[in-house]
Design a protein around this ligand. Structure first.
Ligand code: WT7
Length: 567
């Protein structure tokens, strides 16, 4: 039986106080996500229930109860406090998906500090701009990632503590570096939880836009209210579920629904940190009897490509509910999942900025393959006319997806960037930056983004960031970066490049340039294709005409090019 009930009833009788009551939260009281995800679950009699099942490379397996994660959070929080970390200090988590990542997340929040999770595959430049922007005071990392931190440490005077979670004592630590081992620390039974309130900052996630550096999206502890209720109603999490969110906590899905939502509900969740393969994924579901699976279209398309036969080699009958997020979920993927798993993936649309699922196909609701579904109860979602910024009432017309601000997990600002934050609002609407149509039953059908940001495998990449990195390569004079269509990732990064005199285009240089970006930024931001050009098309005012190059890649009409430079 689903948690959800009838959509119309839920919408009619909706109030966020439903979640507040279930969480026994009263306005003005202390509200701390770290406590809610561990201590409270123990107080509810689930101390011995499994909270985390972790599987790493080579089949390493670790299991933690809610009491274990409560103690670990305390121990890490206590350690951070002992070195002088105080409330609202930014503490970056720069680790693979090892248990310490999840446990540190709780520890940082318990002492009222702000947690800044970053994808461990980031190269030094991606890491630097985010640590610099947030003026991060401490970073918790692993030995294998230490060299990247060392390369930028001199440029980061605010980064006082580099904490290594798996330090090998035979190696020497340098200035500002220190070892902290959870296993070797005395578990802290009692930690004084910092009395964070609803509006106290909690999580800082970085997201890319078209222009400028990545923006730090500031969330607050009150986000819990929305993450809790959406986990219950959309992901349909129930007490005996074994849940698997495939996302990395470097991205918001991996925190909102890979930590906060499930643990605040006292749900057992699984983490697989050993790379992607269809066999490994199906085996993981089979071995752990996973019932609820939250994944992403690129992964689903990769599984589709691996074929139907391999699915039959595993017993996947534990699966009860499936959901997807991050990029357009094409109808073929939904139909395929019906065929092989006997149930559809339920699409969910949301953003780093929204903190929780905004538009979705609810459990039990009729899924229209290719549609994102309808707004979560309590969320007013519309499409706006792109010129007048007023809601479009006609069905089937393309508009800008917008939401009425005020839900609990809405971002509270971009870190130190009031102007960019203000630009996200117009006529009392929050602009998502995406385009969609709405059909006569209120279902949203995604059209595309309203900017140049590239969504590759569910990860947003700023063309500006890649262009800036490319410019640092000695051979590159100018570049323009756009999305190129891709069967699995939907979009991949493509770079158009003009070379400085004395450099000759060719496959060696192409590879060298790709690798250069991979090291500086990440494998996600690395161009999968490079095209050398004589000249980059620009507007008369000198702005790169990405639109023209994009249209060429996608075989689309070029549209108005009257502002194109014509010499
Ligand atoms: C952008 C937000 C929120 C979790 C991961 C992404 C795109 C997200 C869908 C969907 C089509 C989607 C949008 C959005 N997107 N979900 N179901 N269908 N597109 O968070 O990195 O902030 O990216 O991802 O373009 O604006 P994010």
């Amino acid at each position: 039986m689903s948690n959800f009930g009838l959509y119309e009833d839920r919408v009619k009788n909706f109030s966020w106080s439903i979640a507040e009551e279930e969480l026994e939260y009263r306005q003005g009281n202390v509200l701390n996500i770290g406590w809610y995800c561990s201590d409270r679950i123990c107080l509810k009699g689930k101390a011995e229930k499994t909270a985390l099942i972790y599987e790493g490379f080579g089949g390493i397996r670790k299991v933690y109860s809610f009491n274990d994660i409560r103690l670990a959070g305390n121990t890490i929080g206590n350690f951070l406090r002992s070195i002088g970390i105080v409330n609202e200090d930014r503490v970056c988590l720069f680790m693979d998906r090892i248990p310490e990542l999840y446990l540190s997340f709780l520890g940082v929040l318990k002492i009222g500090a702000i947690v800044q999770p970053l994808f461990s595959a980031f190269g030094e430049e991606s890491l630097f701009v985010r640590l610099e922007n947030a003026q991060t005071r401490a970073i918790i990392t692993q030995s294998k990632h230490l060299s990247k931190v060392r390369k930028i440490i001199d440029k980061l005077p605010h980064l006082e503590f580099i904490i290594v979670a798996d330090h090998n004592k035979s190696k020497k630590l340098e200035n500002r570096e220190m070892a902290f081992s959870l296993q070797e620390s005395e578990p802290v039974e009692h930690l004084e939880i910092y009395p964070t309130k609803a509006e106290t900052p909690s999580v800082l996630h970085y997201t890319s836009g078209t222009t400028g550096l990545p923006k730090g999206v500031k969330h607050v502890h009150y986000s819990l209210i929305a993450q809790y209720l959406t986990s219950k109603w959309v992901l349909d999490l129930q007490d005996d579920d074994i849940y698997w969110c495939t996302a990395d906590p470097g991205w918001v899905t991996g925190t909102s629904y890979g930590i906060i939502g499930p643990w605040s509900l006292g749900i057992t969740q699984c983490v697989l940190d050993s790379g992607f393969s269809a066999q490994a994924w199906y085996k993981f579901i089979q071995d752990n009897k996973i019932t609820m699976w939250y994944s992403a279209p690129t992964a689903i398309r990769s599984l589709m490509r691996a074929g139907d036969e391999i699915v039959k080699e595993f017993n996947l009958s534990s699966l009860r509910h499936l959901a997807s997020v991050g990029e357009p979920l094409n109808s073929e993927a939904v139909i395929w999942s019906m065929k092989v798993f006997g149930k559809p993936f339920h699409d969910t649309f949301w953003q780093t900025e929204t903190g929780c699922i905004m538009i979705t196909n609810f459990p039990g609701m009729r899924v229209k393959p290719g549609s994102m579904g309808r707004p979560f109860p309590g969320i007013t979602g519309v499409v706006l006319d792109p010129k007048k910024y007023e809601p479009i009432t006609e069905t089937g017309k393309i508009g800008l997806i917008a939401f009425r601000p005020g839900w609990p997990s809405m971002m509270r600002g971009y870190w130190n960037n009031e102007e960019k934050y203000k630009n996200k609002f117009i006529n009392g609407w929050y602009l998502s930056g995406d385009r969609s149509t709405i059909d006569n039953e209120g279902y949203f059908w995604f059209i595309g983004r309203d900017d140049d940001v590239i969504n590759t495998g569910g990860h947003l990449v700023s063309p500006f960031e890649v262009e800036s990195a490319l410019l640092e390569h000695p051979a590159v004079a100018e570049s323009a970066v756009v999305a190129k269509p891709d069967e699995i990732n939907m979009e991949v990064v493509k770079a158009f490049i003009t070379l400085k005199p004395g450099f000759t285009p060719g496959p060696d240089l192409e590879l060298e340039i790709m690798n250069f970006v991979r090291k500086k930024l990440s494998s996600i931001a690395m161009p999968q294709a490079v095209e050398f050009m004589e000249k980059i098309p620009k507007t008369r005012s000198g702005k790169i005409m990405r639109r023209l190059l994009h249209a060429k890649e996608w075989g689309e009409e070029i549209g108005d090019i009257s502002t194109l430079e014509n010499d």
